[in-house]
Design a protein around this ligand. Sequence first.
Ligand SMILES: [Zn+2]
Length: 252
Amino acid sequence: MIYAFLAILGLVFGSFYLVVATRLPEEKSIIKPGSHCDNCNHALKWYELIPVLSYILQKGKCRSCGAKIPFLTVIIEIITGIIFVLPYYLYGLDYKFFAAVIILSLTIIIFISDFKYYIINDSPLFTAIIFILILKLYFFNYKVMIHSAVSGLIMFGLFLLIKFLGDRIFKKESLGGGDIKLAILLGVALNLKLGLAAFILSAFIAFPYALFVSIFKKEGIVPYGPFIIAALVIVFMFESQTLQLVNDLFYL
Ligand SMILES: [Zn+2]
């Protein structure tokens, strides 16, 4: 029963994340106008707003003008459904469940907006940071929360320093403003040691993609945000293993 509830909740949130990820970078309101067809501006009725189901019933087309609805919208709704269900299966209704849902939700939004628009918007990012801090206070205590907040600020400072040095060495923007703000989440969600581990991991994951872009694409822009948050997710999911690995590597 709770699985079905979480899955439906996830599908609904998936539609919402899609709106957030595509409207914020274009500086549009996420509330007004309501959902509409991007082609003919036809305002969607409630029965055209049911995640996945509406898409199937309308055979992937706008009811008014027949324009194709991107299949990606359904994929994102389904993925969001999964990210509400899977953490519950793994962790139960614990801190890890709520934190995972928040981090994975932000991951979806950042993947869409950073790959598509090269932008990481402040409001979803800072909403996630604040929610994680509230969770730490609720499930642990205020000391844990403050420790995480300070870790976030230190990570922020560190990324700022890396950017400063990187810009000088490479003579172009090395880390974007969004990447630096994302460092706060790394520190808040993982604390210092694991946050640093995630940062190193992100460089390893980004490297093949950066190589690919520099060879095959003309613009050569590599959004770094998706790799930072992907690394954050991996370290978050494998926290104890990463900690073990870090300890083995540095305290032999
Ligand atoms: Zn239409």
